[in-house]
Design a protein around this ligand. Structure first.
Ligand SMILES: O=c1ccn([C@@H]2O[C@H](COP(=O)(O)O)[C@@H](O)[C@H]2O)c(=O)[nH]1
Length: 232
């Protein structure tokens, strides 16, 4: 399975289909709130039916009972991976797993990962706006350990925290890392960014890449170049 997950941050089915037309093989894509809120969950089933792997990135965060019910229904879509916010707490993350298992009805449940600190969050914003003292790494590690205790399969973090997470939670605990930028790209709203080469060096299991691929002059070539680095 591909180690590069392409974020399909589009607002229409046509844009998605035009984008995916460029690939003559299945890829791993991420469907998030922009596309889901524009097209509904039917787009997930369409993309799955085309043979692509799907990470459904809706970042659930609510009381345990509500998250359990939500996950039960998301599991029925047959997605490969989904997620919650670790800040929802251990009981909520355990409920997410229970919901996915119930929804999968004895079949393999989707992987469930926890968002630690968004890659758009800097240390300053975390300390001052969110009121969480200390280094980002300490907070991310704390959330990752909670996610592991709750039975999640891994976390979303930046490349800069992936190595420490593997050391603390085990090599098989997945690190899924957005905030990927090619050397020539603008950083945009991301704060904790890194190149695909650094992600590879730091042992990230998956990288999530949106605009560097979708807004590239040749998305397929950029995807292939990144995937070669990750698989190399
Ligand atoms: O901490 C997080 C969690 C999720 N994301 C998502 O990844 C992509 C990144 O897109 P780029 O265009 O490559 O910046 C986007 O869909 C985010 O919602 C994240 O960036 N950071």
């Amino acid at each position: 399975m591909s180690k590069t997950i392409v974020a399909l941050d589009f607002s229409s089915e046509k844009e998605v289909l035009d984008f995916l037309k460029q690939f003559d093989h299945p890829i791993y894509v991420k469907i998030g709130m922009e596309l889901t809120y524009a097209c509904g969950l039917g787009i997930v089933e369409k993309v799955k039916a085309m043979g692509h792997h799907v990470f459904l990135d809706l970042k659930l965060h609510d009381i345990p009972n509500t998250v359990k019910g939500g996950m039960k229904n998301l599991a029925k879509l047959g997605v490969d991976m989904t997620n919650v916010h670790c800040s929802g707490g251990i009981a909520m993350m355990k409920a997410a797993i229970e919901g996915l298992e119930e929804g999968a009805k004895g079949k393999k449940r989707p992987l469930c990962i926890g968002v630690t600190q968004l890659t758009s969050t800097s240390k300053e914003a975390m300390n001052e706006e969110l009121g969480i003292p200390g280094d980002v790494l300490d907070c991310v590690l704390h959330y990752a350990k909670n996610a592991k205790e709750a039975g999640l399969d891994g976390v979303v973090c930046s490349v800069h925290e992936a190595r420490a997470i593997h050391e603390a939670c085990g090599e098989d605990f997945l690190t899924v890392t957005p905030g990927i930028r090619l050397a020539s790209d603008s950083v945009d709203d991301q704060k904790r960014v890194a190149t695909p080469s650094l992600a590879k060096e730091e042992g990230c299991d998956y990288i999530v890449v949106g605009r560097s691929i979708t807004k590239s002059a040749d998305p397929e070539a950029t995807y292939t170049q990144i995937e070669e680095i990750m698989e190399g």
